[in-house]
Design a protein around this ligand. Structure first.
Ligand code: PLP
Length: 380
């Protein structure tokens, strides 16, 4: 099996696993208890918080552990909006559903939400934010990098525009953290969402960076964990693994990035050599691991299933319902021509993928696309 769906989730890193293991089997104390058995756990959480903060240029007290990207996004948006429900939200048309549906939820409570358009590469232009943002908005939430096409946004510039109106700026950086260098301080960010399972940590754990001084409602009521902002016993092992995985990925980022760019080149080169009719979606300097390719007059779902039969895991940019193929909101917003959009797959590479994987995946794709049955279907 070749796994090329690392934007969906990644394999737990072995060193992260080793780091968390004692906290599952031996050091299982509740960090909030006063006895000495808890001390080691408390210290490990403190250290993990400091490691994570250092990796993104934050202060330890600005890191709040959550259950992952979805919770972080919901907290950032609802936690700021519900302090002042007359103020509006600005986001983009290509956000992940965690942001999209959080925005839909606040809209149902009467909060106005503006969805900024993107260009053909999936970029939010500064001008479009300048046109709509006012001092009456509460939060601008624009993703750092898109999960379907990998396009990276001009976050620093967009953040500056929001700040000119004293509006809070949040970024969903779930796909970007540990994959591209991020310094929240240099970027001027107020909030940032991250999720451990996108960078070889565990599923069900993540964090929200909240800049000191930002006013936000607490996420949950209960105990005093996370400085009283997010009650609930910590996922200790998950937090330890997240810090270890983040540190390792940040330390190896350059090597991982050039490796994945090389794999992408191999895939595109083989497709071109075989004269397959395709386009690449997203900006040329997109995330190193994500490759969104649309094949003319193909069916993304059928491609996915045929690849699955050949032992290759990828995902699509279009899904079939009972009657027709529905193109994703991201490809639609980017105005990918329908004859290509329906035949989109996302190959998302991880640091465990090899050059051989890239060759095997692409040869499988070429075989499917040039097979007689697929050619006949494409003519229909
Ligand atoms: N935001 C983005 C951009 C994502 O890609 C994802 C997951 O795919 C999420 C948020 C949700 O993260 P989680 O799975 O940790 O809830």
């Amino acid at each position: 099996m070749i796994y090329a769906d690392n934007a969906a989730t990644t394999k737990l890193d072995i060193d992260a696993f080793e780091a968390m293991k004692p906290f599952l089997l031996e050091e299982y104390a509740n960090a909030s208890q006063p006895y000495s058995f808890s001390r080691k756990v408390k210290k490990a959480i403190l250290e993990a918080r400091a490691t994570i903060a250092m990796c993104i240029g934050a202060l330890p007290e600005e890191i709040f552990f959550t259950s992952g990207g979805t919770e972080s996004d919901n907290w950032a948006i609802k936690g700021t909006v519900f302090q002042n429900v007359t103020a509006g939200v600005i986001t983009s048309q290509i956000e992940h559903h965690a942001v999209m549906n959080a925005c839909a939820a606040v809209e149902r409570q009467g909060v106005p939400v503006v969805y900024l358009p993107v260009d053909e590469q999936g970029i939010v232009h500064q001008e479009s934010l300048k046109k709509v943002v006012t001092d009456y908005h509460r939060i601008v939430s624009i993703m750092y990098a898109n999960n379907e096409v990998g396009t990276i946004q001009p976050i620093r510039e967009l953040c500056e525009i929001a700040h000119q109106h004293n509006v809070i700026f949040h970024t969903d950086a779930v796909q970007a953290v540990a994959h591209v260098p991020i310094n929240v301080h240099d970027l001027g960010l107020d909030m940032l969402s991250a999720s451990a399972h996108k960078f070889n940590g565990m599923k069900g754990v993540g964090f929200l960076y909240i800049r000191k001084g930002i006013e936000i409602e607490r996420y949950s009521d209960g105990g005093m964990q996370e400085s009283g902002m997010r009650a609930g016993t910590e996922n200790v092992a998950g937090i330890i693994a997240m810090a270890a995985a983040l540190k390792k990925n940040c330390d190896c980022m350059e090597a991982y990035t050039s490796h994945m760019r090389r794999l992408k080149e191999i895939i595109l080169c083989i497709l071109s050599e075989n004269m397959v009719d395709f386009i690449c979606n997203g900006a040329p300097d997109a995330l190193p691991g994500i490759l969104s390719i649309s094949f003319r007059n193909a069916d993304g779902e059928k491609l996915l299933h045929r690849l699955d039969l050949m032992g290759v895991c990828v995902s699509t940019g279009a899904a079939c319902d009972s009657r027709n193929t529905k193109v994703s909101h991201v490809l639609e917003a980017m105005r990918v021509p329908p004859e290509y959009a329906k035949g989109t797959i996302r190959i998302s590479l991880g640091n465990g993928n090899t050059e051989n994987d890239a060759v095997t995946i692409t040869n499988a794709l070429v075989k499917i696309l040039t097979s007689k049955s697929m050619r006949d279907k494409r003519k229909d």
